[in-house]
Ligand binder design. Structure first.
Ligand SMILES: Cn1nc(-c2ccccc2)cc1C(=O)N[C@H](Cc1nc2ccccc2[nH]1)C(=O)O
Length: 176
């Protein structure tokens, strides 16, 4: 109902994104309850949290020296390198089924019905799921080659086509 949606927004308004000095990644701080957490708070649309995505890296040369920042949504399948995740202890879907899911998610994001960050929280088979799929900043040589190649081709705010890696099939959104 509108009411619960309104409550949700209010709850999102109590949160803000801060940058951890030590770990150089964003964390979430609730100015009402004073709590802080690495994971996006339950049931909150991350794109409604003040400062989401605007976090400049605390360490300028890190985001300058050929680094990019991206979020992703991963759907694993039975042939994935580790066919298990926080969502499903034994993943048995086929590659075709994984691709069909990813294409359906891509469609919904492209239509503006939802965001990659919001979908990643409930649907991604990567442990970055609870951070809306945010992988932080990374340079070349850090991620699997097929993922790196696709991510570095993206413009900021661009959403990839389905990308295959040994982990499964990904949607990648370059954020910085
Ligand atoms: C590369 N990476 N970063 C995180 C991460 C980042 C921030 C907060 C929590 C987890 C998790 C991972 C990771 O490798 N997760 C794997 C799945 C996976 N495989 C990937 C290949 C390329 C890029 C991201 C990928 N994520 C898993 O959970 O089985």
């Amino acid at each position: 109902t509108g009411e619960s949606h309104q409550q949700n927004d209010n709850a999102a308004a109590n949160w803000e994104v801060r940058m951890s000095r030590s770990r150089k990644i964003a964390y979430y701080y609730n100015r009402v309850t004073k709590e802080s957490t690495w994971e996006i708070p339950q049931g909150i649309d991350p794109t409604k949290i003040k400062g989401y995505g605007e976090q400049r890296d605390g360490n300028p040369q890190e985001s300058g020296a050929g680094q990019i920042r991206a979020s992703h949504l991963l759907v694993k399948h039975i042939e994935s390198r580790r066919p298990s995740s926080w969502k499903e202890v034994r993943i048995t879907r086929t590659k075709e089924q994984a691709l069909a899911l990813i294409l359906a998610y891509r469609e919904r994001i492209e239509k503006g019905e939802t965001t990659l960050a919001e979908l990643a929280i409930t649907e991604s088979d990567c442990s970055s799921s609870k951070r809306g799929g945010d992988l932080g900043f990374f340079g070349r040589g850090q991620m699997q080659p097929s993922f790196e190649e696709a991510a570095f081709k993206l413009e900021v705010d661009q959403l990839s086509e389905p990308v295959w890696s040994d982990s499964g099939v990904h949607l990648i959104l370059r954020t910085q």
